[in-house]
Design a binder for this molecule. Structure first.
Ligand SMILES: Cc1ncc(COP(=O)(O)O)c(C=O)c1O
Length: 509
């Protein structure tokens, strides 16, 4: 173990030696975490933070059973999968037992990005096609092939960054999207959008290799696809000779409680051709997997190219993977996700009665989003307000994030050992901050209607803070003069603020 450094020295060394595009949370006052246990993280002063966002520490941070399994196997052997080893085959058997029967063949890799990149290779090899349909606001990983199919990322470089072989379908968002909850069949309507894309692509003599989507969009704003959507999309994609890839990297492994995989929420009549998984499966140990059908695996093998991955499926990773699955069962974590998730949604629904700023609450199990809006009728995203809440929660030592295309969706995806008391703690804090924000906004509106001099509402859509960037501003960071001018406005006050370079880049968790 390294000798602990003073926090300032850690910051200094990080600035010097770590690439500047690797961002920290709360850049102005980053948190130095030195220990974690269950759903709690501890900083260098021993201050405890409630972790509401870490879906990687699935069964809880530093779970002793996971550590024990890792150490036990590490002491014996760790090597690549070119040798026979029982851990590899037993873990593959265990993992595939959670999936529909036809998903029976595993490729073990080391990160969600590797899994999705390999899924694309499988799709292209078995179809002989190249093109990919992806969803608006999707993120599938950091390697070149995946940045290309991740509008969440490539659009930051401008519309022209989209490659010819990539086609973007609308996100099936029934709250703010093209077809909403009042549509008679939003699932069919959103699927028809995919159908139209396929027709257009084929007219250009191009062919679809794959449709890829998260089973519930995470970075895209906690979007739950409407019933029937995946079934219809799969039908159209199959007709076009393509395959359906379900990205379960964020939302899989029992997080939704009622099912082990989120795509299963769509019903038993929907089975993807390829499923990718990552983050939670190793509880912090870097491991991931692609599971597919025998037919696709055979087509991939038919190229004659060997697939070799130095670390994928090593005995230590598989031992850890099995320990995680044991713990999910032994500790009844899926049941906990249902109980605590339902309670969290119940509390949030009570808040919605009280606070106009809450537009929508959606989720399943311990995957819950709170869509903040400036206007319930217009559903205008309350981006600045969401960022403000995140910062205020951090001051209370509660870690939550905001995401979605407008960064206005408060995003809950805590370790699965999250309790009802934890849910109450965070909801009470949000209640308090929303009350202050709404009182402030009310005061301000009153002052505008009374024609108060020098106080104008500035709706320039700027964030008042950003979780990720250097030079960020929070409400509390503002010079006194601005705070006074703001008169309790909801962080949208622009003067003396908008002139500052103010990035809107985000950070993913
Ligand atoms: C949905 C989804 N897929 C894939 C990835 C990539 O995973 P990794 O960061 O492990 O490469 C991520 C990471 O955030 C993700 O959210």
């Amino acid at each position: 173990m390294c000798e602990p450094l003073p926090k300032e020295r850690t910051i200094e060394l990080r600035k010097k030696h770590i690439g500047p595009s690797c961002k920290v949370f709360f850049a102005k006052d980053p948190i130095k975490i030195v220990q974690a246990k269950g759903q709690y993280m501890f900083d260098e002063r021993g201050e405890r933070y409630l972790d509401c966002i870490n879906n990687v520490a699935h069964v809880g941070h530093s779970h002793p059973e996971v550590t024990k399994a890792a150490v036990k196997q590490m002491e014996l052997l760790n090597t690549n999968s070119r040798f026979l080893h029982d851990n590899l085959v037993q873990y593959a058997e265990r993992l595939t037992s959670t999936l529909p029967e036809k998903l029976s063949v595993c490729y073990f890799v080391n990160s969600g990005s590797e899994a999705n990149d390999l899924a694309l290779r499988l799709a292209r090899q078995c179809t002989g096609h190249e093109d990919v349909i992806t969803l608006d606001s999707a993120y599938h990983g950091h390697v070149t092939s995946l940045i290309d199919i991740s509008p969440y990322k490539f659009l930051q470089l401008g519309k022209e960054a989209k490659k010819d072989y990539v086609h973007v379908a609308p996100s099936p968002d029934i709250y703010r999207g093209k077809y909403r909850e009042d549509h008679p069949d939003p699932g069919a309507a959103y699927a028809k959008e995919v159908y139209d894309i396929i027709m257009e692509v084929q007219q250009k003599n191009r062919k679809i290799a794959a449709f890829i989507a998260e089973s519930m969009q995470s970075c895209g704003g906690q979007i739950i696809p409407p019933p029937g959507y995946f079934q219809k999309v799969a039908e159209y994609v199959h007709e076009a000779g393509g395959v359906f890839i379900a990205d379960e990297v964020q939302v899989g492994f029992g997080r939704v409680g009622s099912h082990f995989w989120s795509f299963q929420l769509q019903g038993e009549d929907f089975v993807p051709d390829i499923v990718t998984m990552g983050k939670p499966i190793g509880n912090g140990h870097p491991m991931s997997c692609v599971v597919t059908t025998k037919e696709i695996a055979e087509a991939f093998g038919a190229s004659g190219l060997e697939y070799f991955n130095t670390f994928g499926g090593n005995p230590v990773s598989c031992a850890i993977g099995m320990a995680v699955m044991d713990i999910i069962e032994k500790e009844g974590l899926r049941g906990n996700a249902v109980r605590v998730g339902n309670y969290l949604v119940e509390l949030l629904n009570e808040l919605k009665e009280k606070h106009e700023l809450i537009g929508d609450i959606r989720g399943a199990g311990l995957f819950v989003g709170v869509d903040l809006v400036k206007d319930r009728q217009l559903r205008t995203p309350a981006t600045a307000e969401a960022q403000h809440i995140i910062y205020k929660l951090k001051e209370r030592r509660i870690l939550l994030s905001a995401d979605g295309p407008h960064r206005n969706v408060l995003k809950f995806k805590p370790p699965m050992c999250f309790t009802k008391e934890d849910a109450k703690t965070v909801v009470d804090a949000i209640d308090e901050f929303l009350t202050v924000l709404e009182a402030a906004a009310g005061n301000k509106s009153k002052m505008v209607t009374q024609g108060s001099k020098g106080i104008k509402r500035q709706e320039n859509g700027e964030s008042c803070s950003d979780i990720s960037v250097e030079g960020e501003k929070t409400w509390s960071d503002q010079p006194k003069e601005n705070v006074n001018n703001r008169q309790g406005s909801v962080c949208r006050q622009g003067r003396g603020f908008s002139s500052e370079k103010h990035s809107t880049k985000r950070i993913r968790t």
